[in-house]
Design a protein around this ligand. Structure first.
Ligand code: FES
Length: 380
């Protein structure tokens, strides 16, 4: 493997989307490794993100790793390559500022250490908090910041401070020479160009989770009002029979459930949670995390429009406009009556017939945008 740090190379920056996917590849590989799997194909990884397998191969080549023809990628080898690339095997020293609820929870999160982050101190400017103990830390006053940063050669500052204080705290840590900020404060920060900043939009993630949970609670209450307590359907029982009741099987179970039922239904979320002995929220979180998984029933007419290069050149954008005009839906959406859904899909290897569009997995011939519009009207 030829490891290199693309973040340091202005000439060959790694695309943002690739950087976002790499830790997720790592997570999937870790789960597969825990299931004693040895190899994975680019196609298999691609389906989690609804991207083309050539994109996965590009991502992996940017890491500097190569697969084996026919066998695919060694799970162990690729996982190690990603760890090297992300610097997970090197320890990064971090401080956390803001010991409120979020900061306290984050400081206790064991995943920080798993990703090579060594938290050395926690700060707060609230006198009622400083001097109190949080896990293995005593919360320090902001006056101690400079001393700690210098003594531990701190590389990363995790900010969990209120919105109004975030910019001035960021300015202070930057002035002490910290070059990376992980910002959990609900505001965008301005930092010099040589400082790496990562904003976490917790509110957005929570909004997605709360949406699913609200719907599930409704479902649960109507089910219990009706006195219904159903056993898993046979298809789920068959899936459970092939898997072990371990957390590492969650993604595999979700994959198989979607294959069997067409989507991850609210009932199946409860059954999967029971089988794995985890909370339904954890299942919802995983299902919402990967674009692969659908949590709504498939539409009666599932339109899949190719967004590959050749199809784009040959008019798939015009067809997308027709769908927007006729059905008022965009990529990933379903019409209110549940009749039509649209999914933009990667190249299907049918470029000679571009632009390719299918309805319920059957390619339909398209002579012109108008011809396609009238086809949709007929279906409607
Ligand atoms: S680009 Fe659409 S099928 Fe190849």
């Amino acid at each position: 493997m030829n490891g290199r740090d693309p973040l340091e190379s202005a000439e060959h920056p790694i695309p943002e989307q690739t950087l976002r996917r790499i830790p997720l590849y790592h997570q999937i590989l870790a789960e597969m490794q825990a299931r004693s799997e040895a190899y994975v194909s680019s196609r298999h990884l691609a389906q989690f993100f609804r991207i083309d397998d050539t994109q996965v191969r590009k991502d992996v080549s940017l890491i500097g790793y190569k697969g084996k023809p026919k066998a695919g990628y060694s799970i162990l080898g690729l996982k190690k390559a990603i760890e090297e690339f992300l610097g997970i095997n090197y320890e990064n020293t971090a401080i956390l500022i803001g010991a409120g609820r979020l900061g306290s929870a984050l400081s206790q999160y064991p995943g920080l250490a798993e990703y090579g982050l060594r938290l050395v101190a926690i700060f707060d400017n609230d006198a009622a908090r400083t001097g109190t103990v949080l896990g293995t830390f005593t919360i320090l006053p902001m006056e101690s910041l400079q001393r700690v940063v210098r003594s531990f050669d701190v590389g990363i500052a995790i900010l969990c401070v209120p919105k109004d204080a975030a910019q001035s705290v960021a300015g202070r840590v930057v002035s002490l020479g910290i070059k990376a900020i992980w910002n959990f404060s609900p505001t965008q920060l301005t930092v010099p160009a040589d400082v790496i900043i990562r904003h976490e939009n917790i509110a957005l993630g929570l909004a997605i989770l709360s949406h699913y949970l609200k719907r599930r609670k409704k479902q649960d209450s109507s089910a219990s009002a009706a006195g219904v307590r159903e056993n898993p359907p046979q298809k789920l029982i068959d899936i459970f029979a092939r898997c072990q009741p371990k957390r590492e099987f969650l993604v595999q179970i979700l994959e198989e459930t979607q294959k069997a039922l067409g989507y991850i239904s609210r009932e199946s979320i409860g059954h999967i949670a029971d089988f794995l002995n985890i909370s339904p929220e954890r299942v919802v979180e995983a299902a919402a995390f990967y674009p692969l998984f659908r949590t709504e029933p498939p539409a009666r007419y599932r339109i899949a429009l190719c967004r590959g290069e050749t199809c784009s050149r040959k008019g798939s954008e015009d067809l997308r406009e027709v769908i927007g005009r006729e059905l008022h839906i965009a990529d990933g959406e379903t019409t209110a009556d549940g009749k039509f859904s649209l999914e933009m899909v990667p190249c299907r290897g049918l470029c000679a017939e571009a632009p390719t569009v299918s309805v319920n997995d059957r390619i339909i011939p398209v002579r012109s945008a108008e011809d396609f519009a009238s086809h949709l009207r007929t279906l409607a």
